[in-house]
Design a protein around this ligand. Structure first.
Ligand code: ATP
Ligand code: MG
Length: 567
């Protein structure tokens, strides 16, 4: 493509509202433009990268026998009412009405739609398993759209769904998907980790997230420094054991702690270590209240609380609810003398506390000499806290370290959540009706483009991996006024194209400095400059990633380009 005729609006200035590198560079280099918050146009260069990423995804999906289809974004509310998510999805679901006042949603995901299709068309075990996927536009009215393509309100997702007659069949497809996802992210050149995840609102049990490692990631990954173990911090189990301190039990005393609310304040006021304090948090759990106890130097993990109680919706109680239920403000809560209807559960570390400190359920007072069991009952001890760096890794190898990650993919074993709610059944070998077992598998395709840009950039601009680069070669002349240079460039523009390379030819009448800066910004893997040595038939080839450059006789150009693109 000739740059003089292309639509590549580059910017010299960093756009003010773009906080992260990938967002800034994709805007500056002319890959995307924002239309409104969280909604973007893919300009021609962005569209080319998107298409390359999509081609990799299609190849890997087709390889494992998944079949592509395309479902509508506009979905009737009835489908969402059948699954119940019309009521539970919340404000992220974009809802609208048609001219007849009928309710619709713009699909944030397609479990309902695909389950309805397969339910209506597949009646016998002979047609299962079935694995279907699409690459399609999703809508989510995110609370905080940000970082450009990384968290949009309209974005492109590859979503796949599988239907099975047995758990074993689901396991097989899940493993195939897992491998296909690893291949996709590897082929995009990414440094990523597959981590054990929480299944969240979508339901189901077994699930992994694929995380691209990046400091700007919103998720924290807990990984072992000595093995492959990696989990979302929400899920990483704590395997630490705790020793009781060697001290005779003291008398329980109520002491005044005027104005001291946080653990740090109370610990410093009473001159005790925060690990001897008990942090008490009131949670609202599926309509009941539960008091959760963790050690003062630990953080309670809501996902673990949810899983331990086998609950659906867990949140911290509001200050008003807390006053009502505990008769005390949030900063003074404690487990002593709690009403019977409030269940008390505690992290394992609490069992080892000797002569600890806790709130007295009375403003401005705490207890000292607190001994769990003796002074209050605990209905269940469990792993309820977040892991911390330095904890032993759950697989017994090494210690836990933290890294940040951008979630680019997610694989779930859904089980029968949707098939049951929407009555997706088939007849088995004995003519008995059985509920289909399902899996679902998503890749944030547009987010993936930004994640690649985030990992592959330097101070001059983007540095695309060959597999997803918008073009392979950026060809340009150093002196736009030189007929000799232009003639050689024109000749090799044709020849490189005929050899099968995607070439962007900067034929604009610009100064060399402008062209070089734009070229570095756009980040095409190889730059071929036709310059001073054009008369001898020699050009310069520069590798964007390493900055190395070579003078190459044009007779060797195609071979050199081929070799450098492979290496
Ligand atoms: P997140 O925790 O980032 O909100 P999610 O758990 O809501 O993600 P899924 O419902 O599993 O995401 O969607 C599948 C994939 O779609 C995610 O792994 C992610 O890559 C992508 N994705 C989700 N939300 C967005 C968004 N707002 N913008 C771009 N991509 C997204
Ligand atoms: Mg989300």
């Amino acid at each position: 493509m000739r740059q003089s005729q292309a639509f590549i609006p580059t910017l010299r200035e960093v756009p003010a509202d773009a906080e992260v590198k990938s967002h800034q560079l994709l805007l500056r280099a002319g890959f995307i433009r924002q239309s409104t918050s969280g909604v973007y146009t893919f300009l021609p260069l962005g569209q080319r990268v998107l298409q390359k990423v999509e081609a990799i995804i299609r190849e890997e999906m087709n390889r494992i026998g998944a079949m592509e289809l395309l479902m509508p974004a506009l979905q009737p509310a009835e489908l969402w009412q059948q699954s119940g998510r019309w009521y539970s999805y919340g404000p992220e679901l974009m809802r609208l009405k048609d001219r007849h006042e009928r309710d619709f949603a713009l699909g944030p995901t397609h479990e309902e739609m695909i389950t309805a299709i397969v339910r209506d068309e597949v009646k016998t075990y002979k047609r299962l398993p079935l694995v279907l996927y699409q690459i399609q536009t999703k809508f989510r009215d995110e609370k905080r759209p940000r970082f450009g393509l990384l968290r949009g309100r309209e974005f492109i997702m590859k979503d796949a769904y599988s239907f099975h007659t047995s758990k074993e069949s689901l396991d097989e497809t899940y493993n195939n998907m897992y491998e296909a996802y690893a291949n996709i992210f590897r082929r995009c050149g990414l440094n990523f980790r597959a981590v054990i995840a929480d299944s969240g609102a979508i339901g189901g049990k077994d699930t992994h997230e694929f995380m691209v490692l990046s400091d700007i990631g919103e998720d924290t990954i807990a990984y072992s420094d000595a093995s492959d173990y990696a989990a979302n911090i929400e899920m990483a189990p704590v395997v630490a054991t705790y020793e009781k301190r060697n001290e005779p039990p003291a008398e329980l005393k109520k002491v005044a702690t005027p104005g001291q609310k946080t653990i740090a304040e109370v610990a410093s006021y009473l001159q005790v270590a925060s690990e001897h304090c008990i942090k008490s948090l009131l949670f609202h759990v599926d309509g009941r209240y539960v008091l959760v106890l963790v050690r003062g130097d630990h953080e309670a993990n809501e996902v673990k609380v949810k899983n331990v109680l086998d609950a659906t919706v867990v949140r911290l109680a509001t200050p008003e609810e807390t006053r009502q239920v505990m008769n005390a403000p949030v900063g003074s809560l404690g487990p002593i003398g709690v009403k019977e209807e409030v269940k008390v559960i505690a992290d394992h570390a609490i069992a080892a506390i000797v002569n600890g400190v806790c709130g007295a359920n009375e403003e401005g007072y705490h207890y000292t000499g607190v001994n769990p069991g003796r002074d209050f009952p605990v209905s269940q001890y469990a792993d309820l806290r977040f892991v911390q760096e330095g904890d032993p890794a759950p697989d017994g190898k090494g210690t836990i370290r933290f890294a940040r990650g951008i979630e680019v993919g997610h694989v779930f074993k859904l089980g029968t959540k949707y098939s049951e709610a929407m009555n997706a059944v088939y007849l088995d070998e004995n003519g008995q009706a059985q509920t289909m077992i399902m899996g679902c598998y998503g890749i944030g395709v547009s987010r993936l483009v930004a994640a690649i840009a985030e990992q592959f950039a330097d101070e001059h601009g983007l540095v695309w991996p060959v597999s997803v680069a918008p073009f392979h070669v950026h060809l340009l002349t150093a002196n736009a006024k030189s007929d000799e240079q232009r003639a050689l460039a024109e000749e090799w523009y044709d020849k490189l194209g005929q050899a099968g390379f995607d070439v962007l030819y900067d034929d604009r009448p610009e100064r060399a400095g402008v062209k070089f800066a734009d070229s570095d910004l756009i980040g095409i893997p190889l730059r071929v400059t036709v310059g001073k040595r054009a008369g001898e038939g020699v050009v310069e080839v520069k590798v964007r990633k390493t900055g190395e450059s070579f003078d190459v006789p044009v007779a060797d150009l195609i071979e050199t380009v081929r070799r450098l693109l492979q290496g």
